[in-house]
Design a protein around this ligand. Structure first.
Ligand code: ZN
Length: 191
């Protein structure tokens, strides 16, 4: 749900939007789309991503379809508070790579009257909830779950299948390492 499409947009308050789903589901495209619309509406926008994600570009958030926006890289979510103090709309990409304090930071910013939009994976490669996204979903006003297409059967897909045998929760990569799969075709890794 894009709040610009709501009949009633919140007034005199901030709020949190979460865009979540598996890899290749269009989360970042949706985040970029919302932020671009805010920019067109002459709102001040600030965009952040965690340092861990070194794909493609250090200063841009880039979707797999190669749309991009200039973003700031932060080590910790707490840095966003100071860096976004002039912004009305705050975008955060790869929310799952932040620590648990991302939730408190988003709450604080929304409580200050800002629109906060976070995109991130809601499940890890095992199909388990990927913190802190579940906690963020619980406190967000608006939630969008984006679905990909299962590469095996063509069903709507909400799982990220890892094609290698790394046991680390975070292995950064794209189509070389991951693919989208539906519940039926997803094969959880053996522990
Ligand atoms: Zn499938």
């Amino acid at each position: 749900m894009d709040t610009s499409e709501l009949h009633s947009v919140p007034r005199n308050t901030g709020w949190i939007e979460v865009v979540c789903g598996c890899m290749f589901s269009g989360k970042t495209e949706e985040l970029i789309r919302r932020l671009r619309r805010a920019e067109i509406a002459k709102q001040k926008v600030a965009i952040f991503k965690p340092r861990i994600d070194n794909r493609y570009s250090a200063q841009h958030i880039v979707s797999h379809s190669e749309q991009s926006l200039t973003s700031q890289v932060v080590e910790d979510a707490s840095e966003i508070i100071e860096l976004s103090k002039d912004a009305q709309v705050i975008g955060v990409d790869e929310g799952q790579f932040f620590k648990a304090n991302l939730v408190d930071v988003c709450e604080l910013l929304a409580n200050k009257g800002k629109r906060v939009i976070v995109a991130g994976l809601d499940q890890d490669y095992r199909g388990k909830p990927f913190e802190p996204m579940p906690q963020l979903l619980a406190v967000a006003e608006y939630i969008t779950k984006t679905l990909a297409i299962c590469v095996v059967c063509g069903n709507p897909a909400d799982r990220t299948q890892r094609k290698t045998h790394h046991a680390d929760r975070v292995v950064v990569g794209a189509k070389d390492i991951y693919e989208a799969r539906c519940r039926h075709c997803f094969e959880p890794p053996s522990e």
